[in-house]
Design a protein around this ligand. Structure first.
Ligand SMILES: NC(=O)c1ccc[n+]([C@@H]2O[C@H](COP(=O)([O-])OP(=O)(O)OC[C@H]3O[C@@H](n4cnc5c(N)ncnc54)[C@H](OP(=O)(O)O)[C@@H]3O)[C@@H](O)[C@H]2O)c1
Length: 296
């Protein structure tokens, strides 16, 4: 197995690099611009802008991976809403370039997708549940999934996940755990939504899930998230309690008061039974991961 990773500078990309190094699995880390991950061996890093079709075909043809994990994306949901053409290019058109390159070399193509493909009315979503995207970002992932299903001539998989968190280097954006911990430590008053329910996912569990699909010779859609669904308010309070920080300053608000550009599904969360049974997925609870991420 030789795994090519897109977006190796991103949060999941960095955890996939760690996973491949730990398991001694051959891999090719790629991202836009320079390698910003000090753990990632410079000698195997390839610069690859996924919106450059010729570059995508050249790098994949030269490296001849057996598997490609496509993590790179425009991931800021509100920015996607405000810049739909850029979102379409990065999340949809570039996915097509990668699918075509994988068709060319016969590699298994895996797309990272999102709980936002659902409208959030039902919650606890299974892989077969009907999609109903509420935002430009969500629609771009639905369209990416359709390209995988309609245009691939190789083995494929789609891994959908939910709010990913973890520690990594030089990320373009913060993650909710790091943000909440630091805000609670400062003791500032915080207003947190109590009407959006998610299953926060430790990036290391997600990396193991993505690779688990390959290791268990699986194809198709997999839901891979944390094992517990909670409101964002509950998430922040649990982080505070874990670190014995004062949470009296945290108050509840509703999403409608936030004026965010993109609509969010109220209640997601996944049924993980397929991942448990087919890829031996073993996710960690929030408190288990906090203890690992921030040891005393
Ligand atoms: N994070 C979440 O909460 C979440 C939830 C559901 C689904 N997902 C999906 O899971 C995947 C991984 O998420 P993540 O949190 O690891 O995202 P991330 O940290 O934002 O990483 C995405 C990476 O893609 C890179 N990228 C952007 N445009 C590119 C281009 N044109 N060519 C090459 N690379 C490019 C970014 O580069 P720069 O660093 O240089 O900007 C970044 O390193 C994404 O597909 C996302 O949609 C994430």
């Amino acid at each position: 197995m030789k795994v090519l990773i897109t977006g190796s500078n991103g949060l999941l990309g960095q955890k996939l690099v760690d996973y491949c190094l730990a398991k001694d699995c051959a891999f090719v880390p790629t991202s836009k611009g320079e390698n910003r991950n000090s753990i990632c061996p410079q000698e195997i890093y390839r610069e690859m802008d996924i919106t450059n079709q010729a570059e995508v075909l050249r790098v994949i043809s030269e490296e001849m991976p057996t598997h490609v994990i496509h993590t790179a994306a425009m991931t800021n949901v509100d920015q996607c809403e405000l810049n739909p053409a850029e979102c379409e290019l990065i999340n949809v058109t570039a996915t097509r370039y990668l699918v075509r390159a994988c068709n060319h070399v016969g590699a298994h193509f895996q797309l990272l997708s999102t709980d936002f493909v659902f409208d959030g009315e039902k919650g606890n979503y299974s892989e077969e549940d009907e999609m109903n995207p509420l935002s430009v970002y969500a629609k771009s992932k639905v369209d990416g999934e359709a390209i995988v299903e309609q245009e691939s001539t190789t083995a494929t998989s789609i891994v959908r996940t939910i709010i990913v968190y973890g520690n990594a280097e030089n990320l373009s954006k913060s993650n909710i755990i790091a943000w909440a911990k630091s805000a609670l430590e400062k003791g500032d008053p915080l207003t947190i939504v109590d009407d959006q329910f998610r299953a926060p996912t430790w990036a290391e569990d997600l990396a193991a899930g993505c690779m688990g699909v390959f290791e268990h010779n699986q194809t198709g859609i997999f839901h891979v998230s944390g094992p517990e669904t909670m409101s964002i308010f509950e998430l922040v309070v649990r982080i505070g309690k874990h670190f014995k920080l004062n949470t009296n300053q945290v108050s509840k608000i509703t999403s409608s008061t936030l004026n965010q550009a993109a609509s969010r599904p109220p209640k997601t969360g996944f049924n993980l039974n397929k991942a448990y049974s087919k890829i031996n997925y073993k996710p960690h609870t929030l408190e288990e991961t906090l203890a690992v991420l921030y040891p005393n």
